[in-house]
Design a protein around this ligand. Structure first.
Ligand SMILES: Cc1ncc(COP(=O)(O)O)c(C=O)c1O
Length: 333
């Protein structure tokens, strides 16, 4: 029997707003959004929208950052903004001067202590072609959403991963954090479809690159933290911070002799002592299983956690440079 097609109506403004209100979409829980198109911050989920002719939407012509705010402090805000400036300058996109202030004020308006900031600067609205010059000008959008970190048991158990059938992006596109993320989407889809936590892309020569939205590294037999080069992967802020800490933190120094960039293949992951994913929403999480085989040489994986300094009421929304404490504990299977 033919499926009945609902009436396709031309809506009045009232009807359109009523229809928006009936959605049970997660956006109902989004706490605050800044939009340069709106000209300020809104806490009304119905207004958290992007124009359909924004080139960020229809062509992926935009740059973005995801940051976390933990206990009222935005973690490594300046590093994220610097990376956004690098991405924007690579694609010739102008950023507003007030990115930092927008981040702080929108987070304040969200009334959330622990949240994610998703920042987008797009080419802006105006026309539907690939031509970036038909836009009326770059637009800035920032949305603050609740954030629930992975559970402690996930860190204890470690994650499962495999090499992906999708190759890493070409250097220029891998190093620009743009909204052109279809390859990354496919990596994540592949992981979900395979009932794994993550997949990792390789380059043309079969060397490990990165995950969908996370960096990857191994701890080799001689206690080197070996990190794929940032010419083919995103310069992850979490991984960069972990690399710094590996040579600063006394606990980490006991486990990691040296830190270096280098190429390695999936077969070397399986021979490594440990393997890790790094990223804003994870911090660092150890790998339990790679390409269907158990990881490690009896030491198992490890975990590293980043935490912010306990904020006082006075500095609740003052943004400080990153303070990161890493506890790396081995676990035994
Ligand atoms: C492709 C890619 N690699 C790595 C990362 C991890 O970067 P960060 O630690 O700055 O979150 C991300 C973050 O979204 C990413 O998109």
């Amino acid at each position: 029997m033919a499926q009945e097609i609902p009436a396709i109506k031309v809506l009045s403004e009232t009807e359109a707003l009523q229809n928006l209100n009936r959605h049970k979409h997660p956006s109902r829980n989004y706490a605050a959004m800044y939009s340069s198109w709106l000209g300020g911050i809104t806490t009304d989920p119905n207004l958290m929208m992007v124009p359909i002719d924004d080139h960020g939407f229809h062509r992926g012509d935009a740059v973005f950052e995801a940051m976390k705010c933990a206990r009222g402090k935005i973690y490594t805000l300046d590093r994220h903004l610097d990376r956004m400036r690098v991405s924007a300058s690579k694609i010739g996109l102008e950023l507003p001067p007030s990115l930092r202030e927008i981040a702080i004020e929108t987070t304040r308006a969200s009334n959330l202590d622990t949240c994610l900031l998703r920042y987008y600067v797009s080419r802006g609205p105006g026309g539907f072609t690939t031509n970036p010059y038909e836009s009326v000008g770059a637009q800035t959008y920032l949305v603050i959403t609740p954030f629930t970190p992975p559970t402690e048991s996930k860190y204890q158990a470690g994650v499962s991963a495999k090499t992906s059938r999708y190759q890493v992006k070409e250097g220029f596109f891998a190093t620009v954090k743009s909204c052109n993320y279809l390859p990354n989407v496919m990596l994540k889809k592949e992981a979900v479809d395979s009932k794994l936590d993550f997949t990792v892309s390789l380059d043309e020569a079969g060397f490990i690159a990165e995950g969908s939205t996370e960096n990857f590294a191994i701890l080799t037999d001689d206690d080197t933290l070996l990190v794929p080069g940032f010419e083919r992967t995103l310069r992850g802020i979490t991984l960069t911070r972990a690399m710094e800490l590996a040579s600063e933190d006394p606990e980490l120094k006991k486990r990691i002799r040296t830190v270096s960039h280098g190429k390695f293949k999936p077969s070397e992951v399986l021979k490594a002592k440990e393997a890790f994913f790094f990223g804003t929403t994870l911090d660092c999480i150890g790998v339990r299983e790679f390409d269907g085989q158990a990881m490690g040489k009896g030491l198992g994986s490890a975990r590293a956690r980043c935490a912010s300094v306990q904020p006082s009421p006075a500095n609740r929304h003052r943004v400080r440079p990153a303070f990161c404490f890493v506890a790396l504990t081995s676990w035994h299977r």
